[in-house]
Ligand binder design. Structure first.
Ligand SMILES: Nc1ncnc2c1ncn2[C@@H]1O[C@H](COP(=O)(O)OP(=O)(O)O)[C@@H](O)[C@H]1O
Ligand SMILES: [Mg+2]
Length: 387
């Protein structure tokens, strides 16, 4: 691999990410959105405060990267006109409480990575924010990424942004809010909304062709193109667009496939993509299993223990017996057969096993449980049970 950071820009710190994006961000594919952004925000170059903006789009449609790239460009344009413009990126991509959101804003403004301690009064944090912004002049854009991710008292945070902050500092602020949820604004207090949102725009999902272009550019920058087959790129794009057109997934799959290729043939072809897709799938299933409640995990282990002994298929009744045994071994209280049955349906729904209804003629219906997990996963799950 020539330059691995071009494959996982999201894990980089913001400054580094911006510089990596200069190389791998495919602006042509978001031209329409960039033009719209320019139309809405360009007044700042002439010294006029732009309206606040709310941007919607599913995950992986390039909202964050496009806005970061655009604001960086806008900053440069402003500086050639001697208009002072700063922008700040507030990262709410991980859900935060109201306190946590203030925390993110504060560290975005003071440029540190040090978080404030829990237990500090909200007012104190607000004063810090006001002080930080009080020290700058001209214009400032605050980009709030995944603004819908505030889990408690989001009104307090948003009211502070909309009403308090602009009154308390000389710098002229405009906001860009990003959200993955189209219904977000419906939950907002209309009075806050009327201040915060003046314009909105949408990022549509990428199609397979867009994804191919995005991937190609990255391959050129990060890899030795001679070792990457065109069909592999197409396959990755096909996988990603089959789901939701999520560029993040496409890039993730590319990175994984590169890893597979490096460990094996040294060549990235369709086979490596398939195997990477499979292993990402396994990773996700492992995560899902790890997140199960204790009883669910026991039930799952019981089904697979039963399946190991009774090669192939298991009736729910037999599975329940295995479950009781597993509970006994683990010193856990077994739930009723009904509850067990519900857990089986749940796991069927999540693809952790198959539970198909099979007719038993005049004896009525029963469900037949069979495996839906790769052998490797089953093994590691049953091993962890033994220990
Ligand atoms: N136009 C693009 N060019 C290059 N890479 C892109 C593009 N759009 C998205 N990506 C990739 O997909 C990832 C997710 O994009 P992001 O902007 O964070 O999506 P969103 O914020 O809409 O969820 C980015 O980190 C980047 O790797
Ligand atoms: Mg994002």
């Amino acid at each position: 691999m020539l330059n691995p950071s071009f494959l996982d820009d999201e894990k980089l710190p913001e400054a580094e990410r911006v510089s990596v994006l200069k190389e791998v961000f495919h602006r042509n594919i978001r031209l329409k959105q960039i033009q719209r952004l320019a139309g809405l925000l360009a007044p700042v170059v002439g010294g006029t405060l732009p309206a606040n903006l709310l941007i919607y789009g599913a995950s992986g449609t390039g909202k964050s990267v496009t806005c970061l790239h655009f604001l960086e460009t806008l900053k440069t344009m402003c500086s050639t006109k001697d208009v002072p413009l700063r922008y700040f990126y507030v990262d709410l991509t991980t859900p935060r409480t109201c306190f946590g959101a203030f925390n993110e804003l504060a560290i975005a403004l003071d440029g540190s990575t040090r978080r404030y301690r829990k237990g500090i009064a909200l007012e104190h944090m607000q004063e810090k924010i006001i002080a930080a912004l009080g020290a700058i002049e001209g214009f400032c854009c605050i980009l709030i990424d995944e603004a819908d991710n505030i889990t408690t008292d989001s009104d307090i945070f948003l009211t502070f942004l909309a009403k308090t902050l602009p009154k308390r500092v000389p710098v002229r602020i405009f906001y860009v809010f990003l959200t993955n949820r189209i219904e977000w604004e419906k939950n907002l207090d209309p009075r806050i909304l009327s201040v915060l949102k003046k314009q909105d725009m949408i990022f549509e999902p990428y199609d397979a062709m867009d994804l191919i272009e995005i991937l190609r550019l990255r391959v050129e920058k990060a890899l030795d193109v001679k070792k990457v087959e065109e069909t592999a790129i197409r396959k990755i794009a096909a996988y990603a667009s089959r789901e939701t057109g999520d560029a993040r997934k496409a890039v993730e799959l590319l990175a994984k496939a590169v890893k597979v290729a490096e460990e094996t043939t040294g060549l990235l072809s369709e086979a490596e993509v398939d195997s990477a897709e499979h292993s990402l799938e396994v990773d996700k299933t492992e995560e899902l299993i790890a997140s199960l409640a204790v009883q669910q995990r026991l039930a799952l282990q019981a089904c697979y223990t039963g399946l190991r002994h009774q090669k192939g298929k298991l009736s729910t009744g037999a599975a329940y017996e295995w479950y009781r045994r597993v509970c006994e071994d683990e010193g856990a209280q077994a739930l009723t057969q009904r509850r067990f049955s519900d857990m089986v349906s749940f796991m069927d729904l999540y693809g952790l096993l198959n539970a198909r209804v099979a007719s038993k003629g005049r004896y009525g219906k029963t469900r037949e449980i069979s495996s839906s997990l790769p052998q490797k996963l089953v093994k590691s799950m049953l091993v962890s049970q033994d220990t």
